[in-house]
Design a protein around this ligand. Structure first.
Ligand code: SF4
Length: 343
């Protein structure tokens, strides 16, 4: 793996801000490079960095609030590239880029893509620089290629695990999506949000995966969970405490609708929504969490229904005598608050 953190930008920020202490966080896959960067900062500027070691899965996991608690005056959030570059009081988002190319895996993918003429291209942060290269190659093979426009949070062609608002509007214009990268998490989300044939091109394993079966399975489980929750009399409504996921307004709305429909609600707030954290709340028959939707869509180890925001919308629709509709086919499964707090 050849992932490069944008060190030059870090140096610029440190030289401009002259911090006394820095808090840093990064997703698990970038911890080695991040620790190397911390050493470099210490050596070059004599500034101590503290790694915030709690879970870091997405751009929602910034640690701006932790900086003062750790007597730090600068926070660096590594590896979730975005149009937003600065958030909260003192956090800077630092890009990381993977140098691996898609040439070989594209050779493998071409026969399977032949039935489709118009291809939507998408990827996650680390492979954004490869979009143009892959686009040119596909066009030279006769495909029409569309890449979703950037918006207030995401760059051109970028998706997050909960936000497909660049690519989802292309749903009617393309015959299939190609997702660049080794992340079933993102690829299956794209397939669910667009309901289009979606192929994941993994440049490390050199594999091409049709995501339709995985998407269908997740969708079936998501629908089943909604129907299971319909019988519950006592609900737990969970608001996420992570900085980019604070959806108090949505929690309030869902609580109100449940109460209007005769359910009792216990309101909870959690940083991490896990089976262990939910276990003590035995009287609660079903949960709705307004934090990361993937906890619900991909979380197969809960012993009771744990619904995401789109599933909660489907549940409320059923309670009120309407159809649940295609509740996962939407541009965003959560409105990340990280984009709303940029400086
Ligand atoms: S809320 Fe979105 S950005 Fe955050 S971890 Fe979940 S999928 Fe990723």
């Amino acid at each position: 793996m050849t992932i490069r953190i944008d060190e030059a930008r870090v140096f610029e920020i440190v030289e401009a801000k002259r911090p006394s202490r820095i808090v840093v966080n990064a997703p698990g896959g970038l911890l080695r490079q991040t620790k190397d960067l911390m050493d470099v900062i210490k050596e070059r500027y004599g500034v101590t960095c503290i790694l915030a070691g709690d879970s870091c899965y997405g751009i929602c996991d910034t640690v701006d609030d932790e900086a003062p608690k750790l007597q730090a005056d600068l926070a660096l959030h590594i590896g979730h590239n975005a149009t937003v570059k600065e958030v909260g009081d003192c956090t800077y988002l630092i890009d990381a880029v993977d140098d691996i190319t898609f040439d070989e895996v594209l050779d493998l993918a071409l026969p399977g893509l032949a039935p489709y003429r118009r291809i939507g291209l998408a990827t996650f942060s680390q492979h954004l620089e490869q979009l143009g290269v892959v686009r040119r190659r596909l066009e030279s093979e006769g495909f029409e290629v569309l890449i979703g426009r950037k918006n207030n949070l995401m760059l051109e062609g970028q998706i997050f695990g909960c936000d497909f608002s660049t690519s989802q509007p292309l749903q009617e214009e393309v015959d299939a999506f190609v997702f660049l990268g080794e992340s079933e998490f993102h690829a299956v989300g794209l397939a669910l949000a667009t309901d289009k044939p979606t192929f994941m091109l993994d440049p490390y394993m050199n594999t091409v995966t049709d995501m339709r079966q995985a998407a269908e399975e997740r969708k079936r489980r998501a629908i089943l969970a909604v129907y299971s929750a319909l019988d519950a009399k006592v609900f737990g409504v969970i608001t996420g405490l992570k900085e980019g996921q604070k959806m108090l307004g949505r929690s309030k709305w869902i609580t109100k609708r449940l109460e209007m429909n005769g359910r009792r609600v216990v309101q909870l707030a959690l940083r991490d929504v896990t089976p262990e954290r939910l276990a003590p709340h035995r009287e609660i028959e079903a949960f709705i969490q307004t934090a990361c939707p993937r906890i619900s869509i991909d979380g197969f180890s809960f012993d009771r229904p744990v619904l995401s925001i789109p599933q909660a919308d489907a549940l409320v629709a059923l309670m009120e005598g309407r159809g649940m509709g295609e509740f996962l086919q939407r541009p965003k499964w959560i409105e990340l608050t990280v984009g709303l707090t940029s400086r």
